[in-house]
Write a protein that binds this ligand. Structure first.
Ligand code: SF4
Length: 385
C-alpha cells in the first residue's frame, strides 16, 4: 500500500480524536485529514491530523479503531509519514501535524515510532512548525519525556471524570496510573527542562453515565493541578459495529454547554461553585450557562456599570472580555449614561439590561429575557485548540 493510500485510511480514522481541534474539517484537493486548529495565541492553522496506526490491542467501547471492529488495519513507518507530511506541507496545505495512534503492541513501542516521526521532521526535514503528539495510556515516563523534546503540544485523553466510569468503557486504561500520571509527568518534566509543553485532554460525553457536574469538577481539577491548558468534548456516538447497550447518541447541545462552561472557566475565571447545575447534576440544555449562573446569583445583581470591577463586568450576561475592556476604557474618560452606549460597543444590551444599573437606574426586567434562551456564548466551537 502506498503512503497516500494509507493516509486515506489513517487520516479518516483520526477524525474521532478532537483534542487538537473541535472537528472543523475540510479536504484540500485529494488530501484527507486536514483540519483547522488554533494555538494558545488563537492563530488558526490547517493541520494534518492522522493516526500512526489504526491497529490497537484495546477495546474501548466508544472507539472506531478498537480491536473488535472489523476493518482494514494499516501502519505508517516513521520515514513514510515524515516524508508524506513534508510533501503536503511544501504544497502549503498544512502548517502542522497532529499525530495520534492506536496501541499496537505496547504503548512505548508505538510511541517511540511516533516520536521518531517527529524527530525526523525536526532534524532531517528541519520542520519548525506545530507538532501535536498524543501520549498513549501506559507509556513509560521516559517515553513521555522523549516526546516533549519534539512536540509543541501533547495530549492524553481522560475520557471520563472518574476511574470507575473509565473502567466501564475502556477496560485497558488506568485512570490514575496511566492517564493522570502521564499528565503529571508532562507538567513536571516541562517545568524541569524549562520548556512548558502545552497539554490538552478530551472527555467522551455521555458514554459512562457521568453527569456534567462530574465532568466539570474533574476538568477544573486537571486544569488547576495537572497543567491542562484546554479541554475538549466529544459527544458519544456509536461506532459502526456498536457494543451491546451502546447504540445511542449524546445530544450535541450537551457538548455545547460543556464548551461554554470550559470557556467561562478558562477565559473568565469562573469558579466551579459559580456554575449552576440542575437537579441531576447536568447543565440545563435550554439556557446558556452564564445567563443561568447570573439568574441563580441574583443577590449579586444588578451591578453599577460605572463602578463594577473587570471580574464583575465579565459576570454580566451579554458582556464579554472585549466589551468589559471597552467599558473600563470609557470610564477612564468619564461615565456611561445610556444602555445604547454599551450596545454600540457590541454588547448584547437587552440581555445585560436586567443585571445592570447605569448611574443607579435599573435598565431592564428578568421577564424580558425569554428571547435569550438557547443563545450561545461566543465559544470557539472547536476552531481553537
Ligand atoms: S486505546 Fe485508543 S485507539 Fe485503542 S481502542 Fe482505546 S481509544 Fe481506540
Amino acid at each position: 500500500m502506498t503512503p497516500e493510500e494509507k493516509l486515506k485510511i489513517l487520516g479518516t480514522s483520526a477524525k474521532y480524536d478532537i483534542s487538537c481541534c473541535g472537528g472543523s474539517y475540510r479536504q484540500a484537493g485529494m488530501v484527507p485529514g486536514i483540519y483547522y486548529a488554533s494555538g494558545s495565541n488563537n492563530k488558526i492553522i490547517p493541520i494534518l491530523k492522522v493516526l500512526f496506526t489504526n491497529k490497537c490491542k484495546n477495546d474501548c467501547l466508544y472507539c472506531a479503531n478498537r480491536i473488535s471492529q472489523d476493518m482494514p488495519r494499516v501502519s505508517f513507518t516513521p520515514d513514510e509519514l515524515a516524508t508524506l507530511f513534508m510533501q503536503i506541507h511544501n504544497k502549503h496545505f498544512v502548517h502542522g501535524l497532529f499525530l495520534s495512534s492506536g496501541v499496537d503492541g505496547s504503548a512505548d513501542s508505538t510511541m517511540e515510532k511516533m516520536i521518531k516521526t517527529a524527530k525526523l521532521l525536526r532534524q532531517k526535514h528541519k520542520f519548525r512548525g506545530y507538532i501535536h503528539l498524543k501520549i498513549l495510556p501506559g507509556a513509560h515516563p521516559a517515553t513521555i519525556r522523549h516526546a516533549l523534546y519534539f512536540a509543541t503540544r501533547v495530549s492524553v485523553n481522560i475520557e471520563c471524570p472518574t476511574p470507575e466510569q473509565l473502567a466501564k468503557i475502556a477496560r485497558g486504561k488506568d485512570f490514575m496510573g496511566q492517564i493522570v500520571r502521564a499528565m503529571e509527568v508532562v507538567k513536571n518534566e516541562g517545568e524541569r527542562i524549562g520548556q512548558r509543553t502545552e497539554q490538552t485532554t478530551q472527555f467522551i460525553v455521555g458514554a459512562a453515565g457521568e453527569s456534567d457536574q462530574q465532568i466539570v469538577k474533574t476538568m477544573s481539577w486537571l486544569r488547576d493541578t495537572k497543567g491542562i491548558f484546554r479541554t475538549y468534548f466529544s459527544a458519544f456516538t456509536p461506532v459502526s459495529q456498536p457494543a451491546p447497550n451502546y447504540n445511542f447518541t449524546t445530544l450535541s447541545i450537551r457538548k455545547h454547554r460543556l464548551y461554554q462552561v470550559e470557556f467561562l472557566q478558562r477565559l473568565y475565571d469562573f469558579s466551579l461553585s459559580e456554575i449552576y447545575f440542575g437537579k441531576e447534576g447536568n447543565l440545563p440544555n435550554h439556557i446558556d450557562p452564564k445567563l443561568n449562573c447570573a439568574l441563580h446569583n441574583m443577590d449579586k445583581f444588578p451591578v453599577e456599570i460605572n463602578k463594577a470591577s473587570f471580574k464583575d463586568l465579565l459576570r454580566i450576561p451579554g458582556i464579554g472580555k472585549t466589551i468589559a475592556n471597552k467599558i473600563i476604557a470609557v470610564r477612564q474618560e468619564g461615565r456611561l449614561t445610556y444602555l445604547s452606549q454599551i450596545k454600540k460597543m457590541g454588547a448584547l444590551a437587552k440581555k445585560a439590561a436586567p443585571f445592570i444599573l447605569i448611574n443607579g437606574k435599573k435598565q431592564g426586567e428578568i421577564k424580558d429575557l425569554a428571547c435569550f434562551e438557547q443563545l450561545a456564548l461566543p465559544y470557539s466551537g472547536g476552531l481553537r485548540q
